[in-house]
Design a protein around this ligand. Structure first.
Ligand code: 6GU
Length: 233
């Protein structure tokens, strides 16, 4: 999968050189390109924001640097044999990102993340690319971040780990929280006793049917307690 990111803080994305995402990139499974929006701003101070038209607090990102940056990415994509890119603008006003959305986005060939800062991006940027192609506004939850960078990293990790070959043992994808609609059961490893706390006997029993039943029961109980909304009650 090709992923382009447009941001005024490319350094945030250094985190994607670590761990599984870093390995996936080294192995060519994820082709990540991070673009500094300021390189598409041409005045002396490389200005990317301005005051809101009509008044109000804060600053709004100007459309021209966004237009140049995204046009460049789309032109580059057209010369490659991939499907039409999907442009994602992280925004607290977007559709909420879920595991189901991660699964859907993991089927795309090319994602472009446009990371807004300040009070957001001039609306005409969304309108322009929605008219020319596919655009989605996506939120990672009901709280406010300073910009789209951290939200993009969260989405790229959630999507990237679903790509074939990124996670070594595909079984570990199936058993996770949210894939089954339930939260994960508690996990234990050795030693069997630590600070007087014992691993539940059933896990030491060797009875796999009993272990599966216990884990399922724990998942349901935990989901009911912490996230009853996932059970639909
Ligand atoms: Cl995607 N962006 C920002 N700035 N804040 C958020 C968010 C996104 N999702 C939740 N809060």
């Amino acid at each position: 999968m090709r992923i382009d990111v447009v941001t005024i803080f490319p350094g945030y994305f250094d985190a994607l050189e670590l761990s599984l995402m870093g390995k996936a990139r080294d192995r060519g499974l994820i082709d990540l390109h991070v673009h500094d929006l300021r390189e598409s701003a041409h005045d002396k101070h490389r200005t990317v924001d301005d005051t809101p038209t009509g008044g109000g607090a804060g600053m709004v990102m100007k459309p021209e640097p966004w237009g140049q940056a995204i046009d460049g990415i789309l032109a580059d994509a057209q010369s490659a044999p991939a499907a039409e890119p999907l442009i994602i603008f992280p925004s607290p006003a977007g559709d909420v990102f879920t595991q189901a959305m991660a699964r859907e986005l993991a089927t795309e060939d090319h994602l472009v993340f446009g990371c807004g800062r300040y009070e957001g991006i001039d609306q005409r940027v969304f309108d322009e690319y929605a008219e020319r192609g596919r655009v989605r506004l996506v939120s990672i939850g009901d709280y406010v971040l300073n910009g789209g960078e951290v939200a993009s990293i969260a989405m790229i990790e959630a999507i990237g780990r679903l790509l074939p070959g990124v996670v070594g043992n595909p079984d570990s994808l199936v058993e996770e929280s949210h894939e089954s609609g339930l939260l994960e059961y508690p996990s234990y490893t050795k030693p069997a006793e630590w600070r007087g706390r014992r691993v539940p006997d059933v896990l030491l029993s060797g009875n796999h049917a009993a272990i599966d039943a216990w884990r399922h029961e724990q998942s349901v109980e935990r989901t009911r307690r912490v996230r009853p909304d996932l059970l639909g009650d």
